[in-house]
Design a protein around this ligand. Structure first.
Ligand code: ADP
Ligand code: MG
Ligand code: ZN
Length: 499
């Protein structure tokens, strides 16, 4: 933690608020039967409804409503007995109707909470994040700005793709989160991670931040203790967990600088710059925009019956925090170890490896050790590495059969990550064979002893630690392909030394 950040905390209390947009993984769009698939040739998943043609009529996607109710229930919300869609009127070229069908003052789910855990020096700390509302809306299309390095600034022209227009989008809005203090950035990140895991467990979305199916707006304000709440800024479309944390932190530092200089914070949207970690000014929100909301006349209200809600409640999965507690007991690991593997994004990968037949301890070892190291080195997420559960199962099988050493296993991983082929191809291409036969090991030991004549005497004189240098020399001579423990045993045998 920087001294700059610590100084903010000694003077100010942060308040954060998160608005998360989740694209549902339904087959079809929110109000028409077009495919809601990601990608596709531009403007191929479109029809008169999602292109906003005059006279076309929207029809609500039942699965989208069910998914929203399940999300609300999983977030401990009340499901309202009756609500309507509203038209939010504004013009933007990625939105062909010139209004977005959304929910305004009648959201489907209200007043819930999500408990999130943050690791602190004194162990895990739980924060209850209160949920204001969960509402349905539709996504907009996508603009591509050409000729200006992808940015609107300096672009020569813009292209529009309406494939995304009308994909069901659920917005989850928190109440202002107070009392997080120094942990504000971590709480924000932990909340988004927990929400993502919960949505994944519900199976309502693939929640891929990098593909934009989960996007987050980060609200931050500062005030001095005892003062009224400060003015918030809203950093838009932050698209990774790490960026959520960084956006809160940089925004706190920036606002503190302004406030100390006697300036006021302008209520505005801001953009997060992934490269620099800075936020820059976007659109002012000092004047509330007039969206001329009114109830959508082309859609009937939604009035979920008690029976339907209870039926959906019956489909809720084990929630991630309960599942984590269960796995932690199964694996016999500490709170700290569980928290760190969750933070590293390793939990699901470990579970998948265990499901593929790998022993829990080995699965944990590879994902939190070698593979985490490589992911950090390559600045990517663990899940982006080209290693899967069955690779680990295969590698572990070779290790337990004595055909690979740990060191060689790391070489196989390296090969997998560099796309050199399957585990068996890499083993043969890289010539990874354990030198196991006693004769060649004894020969290598003899050579090593001959190269350092004084060492044998030292070992025989009781300095067994000196054996390390001979083992090292043999490992080097066999290009790391010998089993070090075995070399050591043979060496001591040769010298007639017992431990
Ligand atoms: P908007 O439409 O302007 O984005 P929303 O009500 O959708 O407004 O979302 C506002 C978000 O900001 C909510 O998560 C809310 O809890 C949070 N928020 C409100 N006041 C503050 C504040 N003073 N500081 C930080 N966050 C705040
Ligand atoms: Mg907002
Ligand atoms: Zn359509």
């Amino acid at each position: 933690m920087t001294t700059e950040y610590n100084a903010v905390i000694t003077e100010f209390d942060p308040i954060i608020g998160l608005e998360t947009h989740i694209e549902l993984g339904t087959k079809s769009k929110m109000f028409c039967s077009c495919s809601a698939q990601f990608g596709g040739e531009p403007n191929t998943f479109v029809c008169p409804v999602c292109l906003g043609m005059p006279g076309s009529m929207p029809v609500v996607n039942r699965v989208a409503v069910e998914s929203t109710i399940r999300m609300g229930l999983a977030l401990n919300c009340s499901i309202v007995p009756w609500c309507r869609f509203a038209r939010k009127n504004y013009f933007y070229p990625d939105m062909p109707k010139n209004y977005q069908i959304s929910q305004y003052d009648e959201p489907l789910c209200i007043n819930g909470y999500l408990d999130v855990t943050v690791a602190t020096e004194n162990g895990p700390q739980v924060f209850r994040v209160e949920i204001e509302r969960v509402h349905m809306e539709e996504d907009t299309g996508k603009l591509l700005h050409a000729g200006g390095a992808g940015r609107i600034h300096g672009a020569t022209h813009s292209l529009v793709d309406y494939n995304r227009a009308g994909i069901p989008l659920i917005e989850v809005v928190t109440k202002p989160i107070l009392g997080t203090g120094v942990l504000a950035p971590e709480v924000a990140k932990a909340y988004v991670a927990e929400l993502r895991d919960l949505m994944r467990a519900l199976g309502v979305s693939d929640v891929r931040m990098e593909e934009g199916s989960l996007r987050c707006d980060v609200n931050v304000s500062l005030s001095r203790p005892g003062e009224e709440w400060g003015t918030r800024t809203e950093t838009k479309n932050v698209n990774s967990l790490r960026s959520v944390e960084r956006a809160v932190r940089t925004e706190m530092i920036r606002q503190a600088d302004r406030l100390r200089a006697g300036e006021r914070i302008i209520q505005e949207t801001r953009h997060f710059n992934e490269e620099t970690g800075d936020t820059t000014s976007g659109r002012s929100k000092e004047q509330a925009e007039d969206y001329r909301y009114f109830p959508e006349p082309d859609l009937v209200p939604i009035a979920p019956s008690e029976a339907w809600i209870e039926e959906l409640r019956g489909t809720l999965p084990e929630i991630p925090s309960v599942r984590r507690a269960r796995l932690q007991i199964d694996w016999g690991i500490s709170d700290f170890d569980m928290q760190s593997l969750v933070n590293a994004g390793a939990l699901e990968l470990i579970v998948a490896s265990i499901d593929a037949g790998v022993q829990p301890a080995a699965a944990r070892k590879w994902w939190t050790g070698e593979l985490t190291r490589v992911a950090n080195e390559r600045h990517c997420e663990l899940g982006d590495l080209t290693v899967n559960a069955s690779d680990i199962f295969e590698i572990e099988g070779l290790i337990s059969a004595g055909d690979l050493t740990d060191k060689m296993a790391r070489s196989v991983f390296e090969g997998l990550l560099d796309g050199e082929g399957s585990v068996s191809q890499i083993v043969s291409q890289r010539g990874l064979v354990v030198v196991n036969d006693d004769a060649s090991l004894i020969a290598a030991i003899a050579t090593a002893l001959a190269d350092s004549p004084d060492i044998a005497e030292k070992i025989q004189g009781g300095k067994i630690a000196a054996a390390g240098s001979i083992v090292g020399a043999v490992m080097k001579a066999t290009q790391g392909q010998a089993d070090a423990a075995k070399v050591r045993t043979l060496l001591l045998e040769q010298l007639g030394v017992t431990e």
